[in-house]
Design a protein around this ligand. Structure first.
Ligand code: SAH
Length: 260
């Protein structure tokens, strides 16, 4: 998997390339990263990437041309890398724009990305990007949520991190991603609480079920904790799991007992 990131602040991406789970996966060549700074695709002495908005108003807008050339360079590089075999196939990877007006990013999108070739990620800055660049180049628009960041970099970092950790071999224990919240391969519910040593911390003990050593009981406890937390905080996820046929009769009975 390969990510190509178009950003005015490429330095920000050393975080996912060098640290933690994603850093280790990068060292193992499970994924690669290429950075494209629109400033390197300008042709004036000031290396201008932005200009004032038509129609007036505050702030600046990123110009289409340097972004489009950066995307073209990324595409070309992606295609020629595959040409290691001597065959050059055009790159048809998604071009994803970070944008508060996009579709809300979720675990299913992370899973899709993790099973594909990667993507070209576009990070906006200032008030946004000339719409004609978006119309001509962008295949998907993705938002991190209903809040505004000062740039798309943190959104792109989140996307890369969430996809890379799903690559086979990225996590030390392959089962840990299975247990995570939102895993629609299981129930898509929220994760249950976690505990580690000591057994008693400031008068609060680890729940007895987790100390029992009885695997089936532990699984039931975790499932019920998931159901309890999800019903309280994200009833929409319970409804989705029910709709997808992912709740057992025991789950439904437990949920009923919560409601009464
Ligand atoms: N004027 C825009 C916000 C611009 S913020 C608006 O109101 O919709 C500058 C850049 O930050 C955007 O181009 C986008 O790339 C990024 N950004 C801001 N908030 C984001 C969010 N919630 N999700 C993804 N990207 C975001």
């Amino acid at each position: 998997m390969r990510f190509d990131v178009v950003s005015l602040f490429p330095d920000m991406f050393s975080v996912v390339r060098d640290l933690g789970v994603t850093g280790r996966a990068h060292k193992q060549s499970l994924w690669s990263l290429a950075l494209w700074n629109p400033r390197d695709f300008t042709h004036d002495i000031h290396r201008t990437v932005d200009d004032r908005p038509y129609g007036g108003g505050p702030g600046m807008v990123m110009m289409a041309e340097p972004l489009e050339q950066a995307v073209a360079a990324a595409r070309e590089s992606r295609a020629s890398r595959e040409a290691g075999t001597g065959v050059s196939s055009p790159d048809d990877s998604p071009v994803i724009l970070m944008s508060p007006t996009g579709r809300r990013f979720d675990q299913a999108m992370a899973q899709d990305l993790a099973s594909g070739p990667g993507a070209i990620l576009i990070c906006g800055r200032y008030e946004g990007i000339d719409q004609r660049f978006i119309n001509r180049n962008v295949t998907h628009e993705v938002s991190m949520g209903d809040f505004v960041l000062s740039g798309g970099e943190i959104a792109a970092l989140a996307i890369i991190d969430s996809a890379v950790r799903l690559l086979p071999g990225a996590l030390n224990d392959a089962h840990s991603a299975l247990q995570d919240s939102f895993n629609t391969a299981l129930t898509g519910l929220l994760d249950s609480p976690h505990y580690t040593r000591p057994e008693v911390y400031r008068d609060e003990s680890v729940p007895a079920e987790l100390l029992s050593g009885h695997h089936a009981n532990i699984a039931v406890w975790r499932r019920q904790q998931s159901l309890t937390i999800t019903a309280a905080r994200r009833p929409d996820l319970i409804a989705a799991a029910r709709e997808a046929g992912l709740l057992s009769r025991a789950d439904e009975k437990f949920l009923q007992s919560l409601a009464s």
